[in-house]
Design a protein around this ligand. Sequence first.
Ligand code: ZN
Length: 230
Amino acid sequence: MKRQVIILFGPPGAGKGTQAGLISDKLSLYHFETSKILEEKFSSSDSERYIEVAGQKYDVLNEKQIWLDGKLCSPPFVAHLVKEKIKRLYDNGQDIVFSGSPRTVFEAEELLPLIEELFGKENISVFYIKISAEQTIYRNSHRRICELMRHSVLFGKETEGLTLCPFDGSKLVKRGLDTPDTIKVRIKEFQERTLPVLSVLEKRGLSIKEIDGERTISEVFKDIFSKING
Ligand SMILES: [Zn+2]
């Protein structure tokens, strides 16, 4: 049975989560969201205060504060949580679509060898969903999530009139995390720390397919879908 991994890359607001959700439905892939894995970790009360990675201790509460400030958590801490989850998914026979992972060069260098080893390099597709800087700011300051499942609703013509989650009917609210200052920090973090991930992927011989993200959700989806195995 051929395995499959799709990696969606792009600035905050590019629609990675929305597209990954659609791909996940269409191809029965597990929608891997690092932010959800972090949220789960930070909200679970029985979780241990410290996590040890390669001889170094990481304070979960400290990582939570970094995350609340809109910054990227310590890469070894994130890579550790992510790798554990990838292994579990692989063992369960689940193929994966990633949105927003890897987020740093460190994470990419930790995760890619594992993903290649488990799933096979030839089965990895990488897409870079591009939008302009203005769109990034605009979409992030208008982004909403649903109360029940935290589905992220990308801001656009198709969604601006929605008041309820299209998936479960719960109320759409602004995320407490999306203040103008946090958004600015997040964009700067993307440019300085996430964008260099592309060259790591290229060095590993993975081809990156660029997608124009400033179209409707369905147009972007069709474009990605037609290029998945091409
Ligand atoms: Zn929802």
